[in-house]
Write a protein that binds this ligand. Structure first.
Ligand code: G3I
Length: 377
Protein backbone atom coordinates (compact mmCIF):
# COMPACT_ATOMS: atom_id res chain seq x y z
CA UNK A 1 0.00 0.00 0.00
CA UNK A 2 1.18 3.46 -0.84
CA UNK A 3 2.01 5.46 2.18
CA UNK A 4 2.77 9.16 2.30
CA UNK A 5 3.39 10.60 5.69
CA UNK A 6 3.45 14.32 5.81
CA UNK A 7 4.92 15.74 8.94
CA UNK A 8 3.35 18.50 10.95
CA UNK A 9 4.66 19.93 14.16
CA UNK A 10 2.17 22.66 14.95
CA UNK A 11 0.73 21.70 18.29
CA UNK A 12 -2.55 23.49 17.66
CA UNK A 13 -3.18 21.44 14.56
CA UNK A 14 -2.13 18.24 16.24
CA UNK A 15 -4.42 18.77 19.18
CA UNK A 16 -7.36 19.41 16.90
CA UNK A 17 -6.75 16.58 14.50
CA UNK A 18 -5.87 13.61 16.63
CA UNK A 19 -6.56 13.30 20.29
CA UNK A 20 -3.75 10.83 20.80
CA UNK A 21 -1.08 12.97 19.10
CA UNK A 22 1.50 14.60 21.35
CA UNK A 23 3.23 17.86 20.60
CA UNK A 24 6.08 17.36 18.15
CA UNK A 25 4.79 13.97 17.04
CA UNK A 26 4.38 13.24 13.33
CA UNK A 27 0.82 13.10 12.08
CA UNK A 28 -0.36 11.19 9.04
CA UNK A 29 -2.92 13.19 7.13
CA UNK A 30 -5.85 12.00 5.08
CA UNK A 31 -5.09 14.23 2.09
CA UNK A 32 -1.50 13.10 1.97
CA UNK A 33 -2.33 9.43 2.30
CA UNK A 34 -4.55 9.65 -0.78
CA UNK A 35 -2.51 12.20 -2.68
CA UNK A 36 -1.80 9.85 -5.60
CA UNK A 37 -5.42 8.66 -5.64
CA UNK A 38 -7.86 11.55 -5.40
CA UNK A 39 -8.46 14.92 -3.83
CA UNK A 40 -9.94 14.86 -0.33
CA UNK A 41 -12.64 17.46 0.13
CA UNK A 42 -15.00 18.88 2.73
CA UNK A 43 -18.14 21.00 2.48
CA UNK A 44 -17.67 24.23 4.40
CA UNK A 45 -20.45 26.20 6.12
CA UNK A 46 -20.33 29.97 6.49
CA UNK A 47 -19.71 29.84 10.25
CA UNK A 48 -16.53 27.92 9.54
CA UNK A 49 -15.32 30.51 7.03
CA UNK A 50 -16.11 33.24 9.57
CA UNK A 51 -13.75 31.68 12.08
CA UNK A 52 -16.50 30.50 14.44
CA UNK A 53 -15.24 26.91 14.54
CA UNK A 54 -11.44 27.09 14.87
CA UNK A 55 -11.07 23.38 15.59
CA UNK A 56 -12.89 22.48 12.38
CA UNK A 57 -10.65 24.98 10.63
CA UNK A 58 -7.57 23.13 11.93
CA UNK A 59 -8.94 19.82 10.73
CA UNK A 60 -9.75 21.11 7.27
CA UNK A 61 -6.39 22.86 6.90
CA UNK A 62 -4.55 19.72 7.94
CA UNK A 63 -6.47 16.86 6.34
CA UNK A 64 -8.22 18.22 3.26
CA UNK A 65 -6.98 19.67 -0.03
CA UNK A 66 -10.33 20.62 -1.52
CA UNK A 67 -13.41 22.50 -0.31
CA UNK A 68 -16.92 23.01 -1.58
CA UNK A 69 -19.42 25.64 -0.47
CA UNK A 70 -22.15 23.97 1.62
CA UNK A 71 -24.66 26.77 1.04
CA UNK A 72 -23.06 30.14 0.22
CA UNK A 73 -22.89 29.69 -3.57
CA UNK A 74 -26.48 28.59 -4.04
CA UNK A 75 -28.81 30.63 -6.21
CA UNK A 76 -31.05 32.05 -3.46
CA UNK A 77 -27.98 33.22 -1.54
CA UNK A 78 -26.06 34.74 -4.44
CA UNK A 79 -28.94 36.42 -6.28
CA UNK A 80 -31.88 36.78 -3.86
CA UNK A 81 -33.50 39.43 -6.10
CA UNK A 82 -32.99 39.89 -9.82
CA UNK A 83 -29.74 41.69 -10.48
CA UNK A 84 -28.92 42.03 -6.75
CA UNK A 85 -25.99 39.85 -5.84
CA UNK A 86 -24.65 38.96 -2.40
CA UNK A 87 -21.01 38.01 -2.74
CA UNK A 88 -19.56 38.46 0.76
CA UNK A 89 -19.68 34.84 1.95
CA UNK A 90 -18.75 33.31 -1.40
CA UNK A 91 -15.80 35.71 -1.72
CA UNK A 92 -14.60 34.68 1.75
CA UNK A 93 -15.07 31.01 0.88
CA UNK A 94 -12.92 31.30 -2.25
CA UNK A 95 -10.22 33.24 -0.39
CA UNK A 96 -10.25 30.60 2.38
CA UNK A 97 -9.46 27.93 -0.19
CA UNK A 98 -6.83 30.01 -1.94
CA UNK A 99 -5.07 30.80 1.34
CA UNK A 100 -4.74 27.06 1.91
CA UNK A 101 -3.87 26.19 -1.69
CA UNK A 102 -6.95 24.03 -2.07
CA UNK A 103 -8.99 22.88 -5.05
CA UNK A 104 -12.10 25.05 -4.76
CA UNK A 105 -15.41 23.62 -5.95
CA UNK A 106 -18.47 25.76 -6.69
CA UNK A 107 -21.87 24.35 -5.70
CA UNK A 108 -24.24 24.83 -7.49
CA UNK A 109 -25.42 26.81 -10.53
CA UNK A 110 -28.74 25.29 -11.61
CA UNK A 111 -30.80 23.46 -8.96
CA UNK A 112 -34.53 23.42 -8.24
CA UNK A 113 -33.88 23.73 -4.48
CA UNK A 114 -32.54 26.82 -2.72
CA UNK A 115 -33.56 28.65 -5.86
CA UNK A 116 -34.48 32.31 -5.44
CA UNK A 117 -38.31 32.58 -5.58
CA UNK A 118 -38.23 35.12 -8.42
CA UNK A 119 -35.96 33.12 -10.69
CA UNK A 120 -38.47 31.23 -12.84
CA UNK A 121 -41.61 33.36 -12.48
CA UNK A 122 -42.90 36.73 -13.65
CA UNK A 123 -44.31 39.48 -11.40
CA UNK A 124 -47.68 37.70 -11.27
CA UNK A 125 -46.10 34.44 -10.18
CA UNK A 126 -46.56 32.67 -13.52
CA UNK A 127 -43.77 30.75 -15.24
CA UNK A 128 -41.63 33.00 -17.41
CA UNK A 129 -41.18 32.23 -21.10
CA UNK A 130 -38.36 29.96 -22.27
CA UNK A 131 -36.50 33.00 -23.65
CA UNK A 132 -36.68 34.86 -20.32
CA UNK A 133 -35.51 31.84 -18.34
CA UNK A 134 -32.61 31.25 -20.73
CA UNK A 135 -31.55 34.86 -20.26
CA UNK A 136 -31.82 34.60 -16.46
CA UNK A 137 -29.81 31.39 -16.42
CA UNK A 138 -27.20 32.95 -18.66
CA UNK A 139 -26.98 36.13 -16.56
CA UNK A 140 -26.69 34.18 -13.30
CA UNK A 141 -24.12 31.73 -14.58
CA UNK A 142 -22.06 34.43 -16.31
CA UNK A 143 -22.06 36.55 -13.14
CA UNK A 144 -21.15 33.74 -10.74
CA UNK A 145 -18.71 31.73 -12.82
CA UNK A 146 -17.27 34.92 -14.29
CA UNK A 147 -16.59 36.42 -10.85
CA UNK A 148 -14.46 33.45 -9.81
CA UNK A 149 -12.92 32.77 -13.22
CA UNK A 150 -9.53 31.10 -12.85
CA UNK A 151 -10.04 30.64 -9.09
CA UNK A 152 -12.73 27.97 -8.81
CA UNK A 153 -11.47 24.64 -10.17
CA UNK A 154 -14.87 23.26 -11.11
CA UNK A 155 -18.62 23.80 -10.84
CA UNK A 156 -21.58 21.58 -10.07
CA UNK A 157 -23.39 23.04 -13.06
CA UNK A 158 -26.64 21.08 -12.79
CA UNK A 159 -27.73 19.42 -9.55
CA UNK A 160 -30.36 16.72 -8.99
CA UNK A 161 -31.95 16.74 -12.44
CA UNK A 162 -33.15 13.13 -12.46
CA UNK A 163 -35.75 11.25 -10.40
CA UNK A 164 -35.12 7.80 -8.96
CA UNK A 165 -37.09 6.21 -11.83
CA UNK A 166 -34.67 7.71 -14.35
CA UNK A 167 -37.07 10.37 -15.64
CA UNK A 168 -36.34 14.08 -15.65
CA UNK A 169 -37.27 15.87 -12.43
CA UNK A 170 -40.24 18.11 -13.19
CA UNK A 171 -38.45 21.20 -11.92
CA UNK A 172 -39.35 24.68 -13.16
CA UNK A 173 -36.30 24.49 -15.43
CA UNK A 174 -37.60 21.31 -17.04
CA UNK A 175 -41.18 22.56 -17.14
CA UNK A 176 -40.21 25.71 -19.01
CA UNK A 177 -37.27 24.60 -21.13
CA UNK A 178 -37.49 20.82 -21.29
CA UNK A 179 -34.33 18.74 -21.53
CA UNK A 180 -32.58 21.65 -23.23
CA UNK A 181 -31.92 23.41 -19.93
CA UNK A 182 -29.07 21.04 -19.13
CA UNK A 183 -26.96 21.59 -22.27
CA UNK A 184 -27.69 25.32 -22.05
CA UNK A 185 -26.36 25.48 -18.49
CA UNK A 186 -23.18 23.71 -19.54
CA UNK A 187 -22.79 26.00 -22.54
CA UNK A 188 -23.16 29.16 -20.43
CA UNK A 189 -20.77 27.90 -17.75
CA UNK A 190 -18.13 27.07 -20.32
CA UNK A 191 -18.51 30.46 -21.99
CA UNK A 192 -18.09 32.17 -18.62
CA UNK A 193 -14.86 30.34 -17.75
CA UNK A 194 -13.47 28.14 -20.53
CA UNK A 195 -10.85 26.69 -18.19
CA UNK A 196 -13.21 25.62 -15.40
CA UNK A 197 -14.16 21.99 -14.99
CA UNK A 198 -17.89 21.32 -15.26
CA UNK A 199 -19.82 18.62 -13.40
CA UNK A 200 -23.29 17.12 -13.21
CA UNK A 201 -24.26 15.99 -9.72
CA UNK A 202 -27.02 13.94 -8.06
CA UNK A 203 -27.92 11.66 -5.16
CA UNK A 204 -28.78 7.92 -5.30
CA UNK A 205 -26.40 7.51 -8.21
CA UNK A 206 -26.11 3.79 -7.39
CA UNK A 207 -29.70 3.39 -8.57
CA UNK A 208 -29.54 1.54 -11.95
CA UNK A 209 -32.19 3.73 -13.60
CA UNK A 210 -30.44 6.89 -12.52
CA UNK A 211 -27.15 5.43 -13.66
CA UNK A 212 -28.53 4.72 -17.14
CA UNK A 213 -30.11 8.17 -17.36
CA UNK A 214 -26.90 9.98 -16.48
CA UNK A 215 -24.76 7.89 -18.83
CA UNK A 216 -27.20 8.84 -21.61
CA UNK A 217 -27.27 12.54 -20.66
CA UNK A 218 -23.50 12.83 -20.39
CA UNK A 219 -22.95 11.03 -23.68
CA UNK A 220 -25.48 13.39 -25.31
CA UNK A 221 -23.70 16.45 -23.92
CA UNK A 222 -20.44 15.15 -25.29
CA UNK A 223 -22.01 14.42 -28.69
CA UNK A 224 -23.16 18.03 -28.78
CA UNK A 225 -19.53 19.08 -28.28
CA UNK A 226 -20.17 20.50 -24.81
CA UNK A 227 -17.61 20.38 -22.05
CA UNK A 228 -18.34 18.07 -19.12
CA UNK A 229 -15.53 16.82 -16.91
CA UNK A 230 -17.13 15.02 -14.02
CA UNK A 231 -20.11 13.06 -12.79
CA UNK A 232 -20.77 13.73 -9.12
CA UNK A 233 -22.12 10.90 -6.99
CA UNK A 234 -23.35 12.71 -3.88
CA UNK A 235 -23.24 9.55 -1.75
CA UNK A 236 -25.47 10.36 1.20
CA UNK A 237 -25.50 6.73 2.23
CA UNK A 238 -26.64 4.59 5.13
CA UNK A 239 -25.72 1.43 6.97
CA UNK A 240 -28.11 -0.61 4.81
CA UNK A 241 -27.80 1.14 1.43
CA UNK A 242 -26.48 1.14 -1.20
CA UNK A 243 -25.45 -2.39 -2.10
CA UNK A 244 -21.77 -1.90 -2.84
CA UNK A 245 -21.93 -3.87 -6.09
CA UNK A 246 -24.52 -1.44 -7.49
CA UNK A 247 -22.44 1.50 -6.26
CA UNK A 248 -19.41 0.03 -8.00
CA UNK A 249 -21.31 -0.48 -11.27
CA UNK A 250 -22.11 3.23 -11.31
CA UNK A 251 -18.48 4.19 -10.72
CA UNK A 252 -17.45 1.96 -13.63
CA UNK A 253 -20.22 3.03 -16.02
CA UNK A 254 -19.80 6.73 -15.25
CA UNK A 255 -16.09 6.44 -15.89
CA UNK A 256 -16.95 4.74 -19.19
CA UNK A 257 -18.33 8.05 -20.47
CA UNK A 258 -14.81 9.49 -20.31
CA UNK A 259 -15.69 11.72 -17.32
CA UNK A 260 -14.00 11.71 -13.96
CA UNK A 261 -16.11 10.22 -11.20
CA UNK A 262 -16.42 12.37 -8.10
CA UNK A 263 -17.77 11.40 -4.71
CA UNK A 264 -19.15 14.82 -3.91
CA UNK A 265 -21.20 14.77 -0.70
CA UNK A 266 -20.19 11.72 1.28
CA UNK A 267 -21.75 10.96 4.63
CA UNK A 268 -23.14 7.75 6.14
CA UNK A 269 -25.97 7.94 8.63
CA UNK A 270 -25.59 5.64 11.63
CA UNK A 271 -29.31 5.87 12.41
CA UNK A 272 -32.16 3.64 11.26
CA UNK A 273 -33.19 4.48 7.71
CA UNK A 274 -36.31 6.62 7.73
CA UNK A 275 -39.11 6.10 5.20
CA UNK A 276 -39.79 9.56 3.89
CA UNK A 277 -43.53 9.40 3.20
CA UNK A 278 -44.58 6.92 5.88
CA UNK A 279 -42.37 8.06 8.78
CA UNK A 280 -41.71 11.73 8.10
CA UNK A 281 -45.24 12.27 6.79
CA UNK A 282 -46.86 10.77 9.89
CA UNK A 283 -44.56 12.69 12.25
CA UNK A 284 -45.61 15.97 10.69
CA UNK A 285 -49.19 15.31 11.83
CA UNK A 286 -48.31 14.38 15.44
CA UNK A 287 -48.86 16.36 18.61
CA UNK A 288 -45.68 17.39 20.50
CA UNK A 289 -46.23 14.54 23.00
CA UNK A 290 -46.73 11.93 20.27
CA UNK A 291 -43.70 13.26 18.46
CA UNK A 292 -41.55 12.98 21.57
CA UNK A 293 -42.57 9.33 21.88
CA UNK A 294 -41.99 8.62 18.18
CA UNK A 295 -38.53 10.19 18.32
CA UNK A 296 -37.42 7.31 20.56
CA UNK A 297 -37.73 5.07 17.49
CA UNK A 298 -35.78 7.41 15.19
CA UNK A 299 -33.30 9.20 17.45
CA UNK A 300 -31.87 6.04 18.91
CA UNK A 301 -28.40 7.17 20.01
CA UNK A 302 -28.85 10.64 21.53
CA UNK A 303 -26.07 10.07 24.08
CA UNK A 304 -23.42 8.50 21.89
CA UNK A 305 -22.96 5.65 19.46
CA UNK A 306 -22.83 2.21 21.14
CA UNK A 307 -19.51 0.47 20.58
CA UNK A 308 -21.06 -2.29 18.48
CA UNK A 309 -22.79 0.19 16.14
CA UNK A 310 -19.65 2.29 15.93
CA UNK A 311 -17.74 -0.79 14.85
CA UNK A 312 -20.33 -1.59 12.19
CA UNK A 313 -20.19 1.99 10.94
CA UNK A 314 -16.40 2.00 10.78
CA UNK A 315 -16.25 -1.41 9.10
CA UNK A 316 -18.69 -0.36 6.42
CA UNK A 317 -16.96 2.98 5.84
CA UNK A 318 -13.65 1.09 5.48
CA UNK A 319 -15.29 -1.02 2.75
CA UNK A 320 -16.62 2.08 1.02
CA UNK A 321 -13.22 3.78 1.04
CA UNK A 322 -11.58 0.55 -0.15
CA UNK A 323 -13.96 0.65 -3.12
CA UNK A 324 -12.85 4.21 -3.91
CA UNK A 325 -9.22 3.16 -3.61
CA UNK A 326 -9.83 0.21 -5.97
CA UNK A 327 -11.19 2.66 -8.53
CA UNK A 328 -8.75 5.47 -7.85
CA UNK A 329 -7.94 5.57 -11.57
CA UNK A 330 -11.56 6.65 -12.18
CA UNK A 331 -12.24 8.81 -9.13
CA UNK A 332 -10.68 12.26 -8.98
CA UNK A 333 -12.15 13.58 -5.72
CA UNK A 334 -13.78 12.28 -2.53
CA UNK A 335 -15.55 15.08 -0.68
CA UNK A 336 -17.26 14.65 2.71
CA UNK A 337 -20.39 16.76 3.23
CA UNK A 338 -18.93 18.46 6.29
CA UNK A 339 -16.21 17.69 8.78
CA UNK A 340 -17.54 16.73 12.22
CA UNK A 341 -20.68 14.80 13.18
CA UNK A 342 -22.00 17.75 15.16
CA UNK A 343 -22.26 20.03 12.12
CA UNK A 344 -23.83 17.59 9.67
CA UNK A 345 -27.13 18.36 7.94
CA UNK A 346 -28.07 14.77 8.82
CA UNK A 347 -28.85 15.84 12.41
CA UNK A 348 -31.73 17.85 10.97
CA UNK A 349 -32.90 15.66 8.09
CA UNK A 350 -35.21 13.94 7.35
CA UNK A 351 -36.33 14.29 10.97
CA UNK A 352 -35.11 17.38 12.82
CA UNK A 353 -33.48 17.07 16.19
CA UNK A 354 -31.76 13.71 15.85
CA UNK A 355 -28.17 12.94 16.81
CA UNK A 356 -26.36 11.32 13.90
CA UNK A 357 -22.77 10.19 13.35
CA UNK A 358 -22.19 10.42 9.59
CA UNK A 359 -18.85 12.15 9.02
CA UNK A 360 -15.11 11.60 9.09
CA UNK A 361 -14.56 13.31 12.48
CA UNK A 362 -16.60 12.84 15.64
CA UNK A 363 -18.09 15.59 17.82
CA UNK A 364 -14.78 15.91 19.66
CA UNK A 365 -12.89 16.53 16.42
CA UNK A 366 -11.26 13.10 16.47
CA UNK A 367 -10.65 11.23 13.24
CA UNK A 368 -12.87 8.14 13.05
CA UNK A 369 -11.02 4.87 13.76
CA UNK A 370 -11.42 3.36 10.26
CA UNK A 371 -9.54 6.27 8.70
CA UNK A 372 -6.94 6.52 11.48
CA UNK A 373 -6.23 2.85 10.80
CA UNK A 374 -5.87 3.45 7.04
CA UNK A 375 -3.53 6.42 7.23
CA UNK A 376 -1.39 5.31 10.14
CA UNK A 377 -0.59 1.83 8.79
O1 G3I B 1 -29.33 30.50 7.20
C1 G3I B 1 -30.59 30.21 7.82
C2 G3I B 1 -30.65 30.82 9.19
O2 G3I B 1 -30.62 32.23 9.07
C3 G3I B 1 -31.94 30.36 9.89
O3 G3I B 1 -31.96 30.83 11.20
C4 G3I B 1 -32.02 28.85 9.91
C5 G3I B 1 -33.33 28.35 10.52
O4 G3I B 1 -33.73 27.13 9.96
O5 G3I B 1 -31.94 28.38 8.59
C6 G3I B 1 -30.73 28.72 7.95
O6 G3I B 1 -30.73 28.19 6.67
C7 G3I B 1 -30.55 26.78 6.57
C8 G3I B 1 -29.31 26.53 5.71
O7 G3I B 1 -29.17 25.15 5.51
C9 G3I B 1 -28.03 27.05 6.36
O8 G3I B 1 -27.79 26.38 7.56
C10 G3I B 1 -31.77 26.20 5.91
O9 G3I B 1 -32.89 26.31 6.77
C11 G3I B 1 -31.53 24.75 5.57
O10 G3I B 1 -32.62 24.25 4.79
C12 G3I B 1 -30.26 24.61 4.78
O11 G3I B 1 -30.05 23.24 4.57
C13 G3I B 1 -29.09 22.93 3.58
C14 G3I B 1 -29.74 22.05 2.51
O12 G3I B 1 -28.76 21.70 1.56
C15 G3I B 1 -30.86 22.80 1.79
O13 G3I B 1 -31.36 22.03 0.75
C16 G3I B 1 -27.96 22.17 4.25
O14 G3I B 1 -27.26 23.02 5.15
C17 G3I B 1 -27.00 21.64 3.18
O15 G3I B 1 -26.08 20.76 3.80
C18 G3I B 1 -27.78 20.88 2.12
O16 G3I B 1 -26.89 20.46 1.12
C19 G3I B 1 -27.46 19.67 0.06
C20 G3I B 1 -26.65 19.93 -1.18
O17 G3I B 1 -26.62 21.30 -1.46
C21 G3I B 1 -27.22 19.16 -2.38
N1 G3I B 1 -27.32 17.74 -2.08
C22 G3I B 1 -28.02 17.41 -0.85
C23 G3I B 1 -27.40 18.15 0.34
C24 G3I B 1 -28.06 17.75 1.62
O18 G3I B 1 -29.41 18.16 1.64
Amino acid sequence: MKKHLFCYFASALLAASCSSAKEGQQVATVKDHFKDDFLIGAAIPVRHINGEDPKADSIVSLHFNSIVAENCMKNEVLQPREGEFFWDDADKFVKYGEDRDMAIIGHTLIWHSQLAPWFTVDKDGNDVSPEVLKQRMKDHIYAVVGRYKGRVKGWDVVNEAIEDDGSYRKSPFYRILGEEYIPLAFQYAHEADPEAELYINDYSMFNPRKREAYVRIVNDLKKQGLRIDGIGMQSHIGMDYPALDEYEKSIVDFSGTGCNVMITELDMSALPTVQMSADVGSMAKMSPEERKEAMKKFDVYPDGLPEEVSKQWNDRMAQVVALYKKHADKISRVTWWGTTDGMSWKNGFPIPGRTDYPLLFDRNYNLKPFMAEIIEN
